[in-house]
Design a protein around this ligand. Sequence first.
Ligand code: CTP
Length: 401
Amino acid sequence: MTTLNNKKIILGVTGSIAAYKAATLVRLLVKEGADVKVVMTNAAKQFITPLTMATLSKHPVQVEFFNPENGDWNSHVKLGLWADLMLIAPASANTIGKMACGIADNLLLTTYLSARCPVALAPAMDLDMYAHVAQQQNLALLRLRGVHVVEPPFGELASGLQGQGRMEEPEEIVRFVQMLLEKKACLSGKHFVVTAGPTYENIDAVRFIGNSSSGKMGYAIAEELACRGARVTLISGPVHMAVRRPGITLCKVASAKEMYEAAVRFFPDSDGAIMAAAVADFTPESCVEGKLKRGKDALSITLTPTKDIAAHLGSIKKENQTLVGFALEVANEHANALKKLREKNLDIIVLNSLNDPNAGFNFDTNKVCIIDKTGKEASYALKSKVEVAKDIVDTLSEWAA
Ligand code: CTP
C-alpha cells in the first residue's frame, strides 16, 4: 500500500553536499504515491542537476522566478497553495537563516513565504555550523512558527569530522513526512522513560552477577520515540551501545538499585515508561570490600530480592501515564505475560519467548506479541529490533494520544 497517495509535496533543495540524497528522497516519495514538484536554489544545481530531479519527479524543476527563454512566470504563490507539504531537504545554514529572517531572494524562499501548508526541513551542515548559536536560534524561531525540523543524527560528516549536522537519511525523512501528513503517531511534547540493558550486581570490587542483555531493544525503542518527536530519558545498564539521536538523555546505571532510583526520579515527570531492561531479580546481600580471595572451601553467596521497578512504577502510575513492560518467558508464555500485566499494573506487555529461535537476548531480531490491558493483542513475525520498536511505539502512541 502506498502511504502518500495523492499527497502534493514541494521538495525544496538547497546547496549542500547532501543534495545528492534528494534524488533518493524524491524517488521514495514518488514510490509512496506522492506528487512531487522540486524547487532548487542556484547553489543546489552545483551539487545535483535539475535533469536528475525532473526525471525522478516527472515535473520540470523550478529554479528562477522567470523562464529566461520566454518570460513565463514561475508562480511561487500558486506552488505554495498547491502543496499539502513543503519539505526542504537538504536545508543549508544559509537557507535556514533566510527563512528565519523572512528574506525572499530566490524562488524557494518566496514559495516558503507563500505556502499555507505545513513546512518541514532537514538541516544539513557541518557540526560547528549546526551547533552555532545563530543556527540554533534560527531553528528555535522557525520551530516556534510551526516549522517541523527533522533533526540531523550524529555521525560522520562530509568534512570527515564526527558529530551532529549531516542530513537525516531519505528513508527516515519519508517516515517523518508520513507521520506529519497522517497526523498520527506524532509524540512531540511527550516525555518517556526507557530502561534498557542488564544490571550488574556486585559480589566484590571486581566481580558481579549480570546477564547477557545487549540493550538493543531498549535503545531501538528510545530512538523510535525520539524519531517521533518525544523527549526520552534512557536509563541504561552497562552496554556497548551509543545514543545516536538528539532528544535522548542517557542516564547510565549499573545495579538494579541504581536503575530503581533513576526510574523513580524520572517517572513522575513523564508520560510513561517502557521497561525493556533485564533487571536482576536478586542481588548479593553484601558486597565484599576489595577482592574475594581464592579458598579451598565452597563459597556461598546469599542473594536477596531486588525491588521490582516496573511493579513500583505501576503502583504510583497516574491516569495519564502509560506503562509498558516486557515478559521474557520459557513456558506458559501467554498466561505468565498476562499475570505480569495484571500484577505490575501495566497498560501494555510485550511478550517474547525464549523458545523462538533468533529472538530476544543479544539477537538483532525479535519476535513479539503485544498485549494491552483491554485484552487486545497482536502477534508479529520475526523482525529486526528496529522494526519491533516501531510496532511497540505504534501501540504506545494509541494509548498516549
Ligand atoms: N522488571 C523490573 N524490575 C525488576 C524485574 C523486572 O522493572 N526487578 C521489569 C522488566 O524490565 C520487564 C518486566 O518487569 O519489563 C518483566 O520482567 P521479567 O524478567 O520477564 O519478569 P520478572 O518480573 O523478573 O519475573 P520472572 O523473572 O520470575 O519471570
